[in-house]
Design a protein around this ligand. Structure first.
Ligand code: PBG
Length: 337
């Protein structure tokens, strides 16, 4: 029963939430299809698309299916893809030498996509984890105690030049070695690729939310665990200033775009980077963030479309200009209406 109690208020914010039309007038952050980058997993040979158990709806694609997927994304208005190879176990070794092969799967993938969908922005991951038997992002020191920072950077510079030659628009070093952005910039410039941009994984945290991705590229299988310990190179989830320190370094070394990863759990870090630089900021909604929403939706506990939208708008609201997300295709389809 309503009673006669009355507040004497000057401000009643709910006036502006009254109708859908008023709410639309006031909308602050807008998610655009052009903000989305679709990560895609690539396999060699002619196999049918392979499901990834912990990432429902995401498939590993052979080259011709990859091209079809890129055409479909482009038709939906998605302008950018990030390619990740999954190698056969037989091609992996301790030093990740397959990363430097001239006929590497990832190079063939880049060329195939660029040939069929020339105006799609193509970026590739620069790190050794899909190529090493131990699943680390770099080569290890002789005693196996840790990654060898400088030796790894040397390999990544060569890898970056190969990717640039294959036609990528951006290389995205995700390895977190010290000094790699500057070294990659110099190597690209020396090889005549001053137009190839660098999206630096700047504040990449040692997160447990990468588990499904490691299944997708086979690095957990190679290493025998999904919880590879990368804490000597990825950031401590407890630290915020450390992300800003990495930001200063990456910008000084020539990063064109800086990234925060994961995204949804690190909105404060996205916000800090947004305030700390005039460079564009990207955020990566990682595999575990995707898997969480998918799993809860499958149980009927969360609404998939609504959580997809809200999770992405929150990342944009925090300050991201662009978002890598496994929801890219569905989100684009929804935005198209
Ligand atoms: C590897 C890499 C990882 C991701 C992107 N590149 C995993 C890792 O660092 O172990 C994670 C992406 C995701 O979880 O979706 N260099």
């Amino acid at each position: 029963m309503p009673n006669s109690f009355k507040l004497n208020l000057v401000q009643r914010p709910r006036r502006l939430r009254r109708t859908p039309a008023i709410r639309a007038l006031l909308e602050d952050v807008v998610l655009r299809t052009e903000d989305l980058i679709a990560p895609l997993f690539v396999i060699d040979g002619k196999a049918a698309p392979e499901a990834i158990e912990s990432m429902p709806g995401v498939l590993r694609l052979n080259l011709s299916d990859l091209v079809k997927e890129c055409l479909a994304l482009r038709r939906l208005g998605v302008r950018a893809v990030a390619l990740f190879p999954k190698l056969d176990a037989g091609l992996k070794d301790p030093d990740g030498t397959a990363a430097l092969r001239e006929d590497a799967l990832i190079l063939r993938a880049v060329r195939a996509v660029k040939k069929s969908v020339p105006d799609l922005v193509v970026m590739t991951d620069i790190a050794l984890d899909p190529y090493t038997v131990h699943g680390h992002d770099g080569v290890l020191k002789a005693d196996g105690s840790d990654v060898d920072n400088d030796a790894t950077v040397g390999i990544l510079t060569r890898m970056s030049v190969l990717h640039a030659r294959a036609g990528v628009d951006l290389v995205a070093p995700s390895d977190m070695m010290d000094g790699r952005i500057g070294a990659i910039r110099s190597a690209l410039d020396a090889a005549g690729f001053e137009e190839t941009a660098i999206m630096a994984y700047t504040a990449k945290y040692a997160s447990a939310y990468y588990g499904p991705f490691r299944e997708a590229v086979g690095s957990s299988k190679a290493a025998g665990t999904r919880s590879l310990d990368k804490r000597t190179y990825q950031l401590n989830p407890a630290n915020r200033r450390e992300g800003l320190a990495e930001l200063q370094l990456d910008v000084a070394e020539g990063a064109d775009i800086v990234m925060v990863k994961p995204a949804g759990l690190y909105l404060d870090v996205i916000h800090e980077l947004r305030r700390g630089t005039h460079r564009p900021v990207a955020a990566y909604q990682v595999s575990g963030e995707y898997a969480q929403i998918q799993a809860a939706a499958r149980l009927g506990w969360l609404d998939l479309a609504a959580c997809r939208r809200e999770s992405l708008i929150a990342i944009k609201r925090a300050g991201a200009d662009m978002i890598l997300t496994y929801f890219a295709r569905e989100m684009a389809a929804e935005l198209r209406g």
